[in-house]
Design a protein around this ligand. Sequence first.
Ligand SMILES: [Zn+2]
Length: 244
Amino acid sequence: MREFQLQMKKGVIYLSIPSFENNDIINGFSSRIAKGVGTNKLLEALDLNGKLYSLKQVHGKKVIVIDNEDDINGQEKAEGDGLVTGRKGIVLSMYSADCPVLFLCDPVKRVVGLGHAGWRGTVKGIGLELVKAMKNFYQCREENILAGISPAIGSCCYEVGEEVIQGTARILDNDFSCCEEKTGGKWMLDLKEVNSRVLEKAGIQKNNIAVSKLCTFCNSSLFYSYRRSGGSTGRMMSVISLGD
Ligand SMILES: [Zn+2]
């Protein structure tokens, strides 16, 4: 099934990708209900107790490969928007409020990745860079890679200006079909679909890409939304890790 599914474990509501779980890849996208005080409810629900990595996300395209526990150790917050690992016991994490998060795994080589793909990172090519890192560092083959695109602001609510539309069309080789023009030089953009096509451009098969239909702006009981809140909000946590 090419969708994220709502799950509840230990009283925590989150979403996960069935095709990943079927391959023993532990993954989750927290709802706002998964926010705990002091402890991390999502990690508890997923029984994840490996070493947790996160980045200072800067809307760029830099991908960091964590191949041993010392990687980015000591730099409490290395800058970047993509993480990849082929090691067990390592938990990759990303945070988002309206931006799509890209989930990637290669069940054959046993490699996982996460990317933060707001429009700036999307246009810079974070999706392409993630797949490139999996191929270059771990010899993953595109046809084996499974992908997921998390809940994010949908085309129902994501109004953008021309700069954004030109950028997304550029990364898709002049394809404007992911957006719809409104009056006043504004457009409604389907950023999840843009990312899906970027991943296809990277060689991932369309059938292997699960795209969440849920809009973070519309679903206020489930998700935080940066735009809905006017800029100050909580964020959802995404995690991925190789199972045993
Ligand atoms: Zn919406």
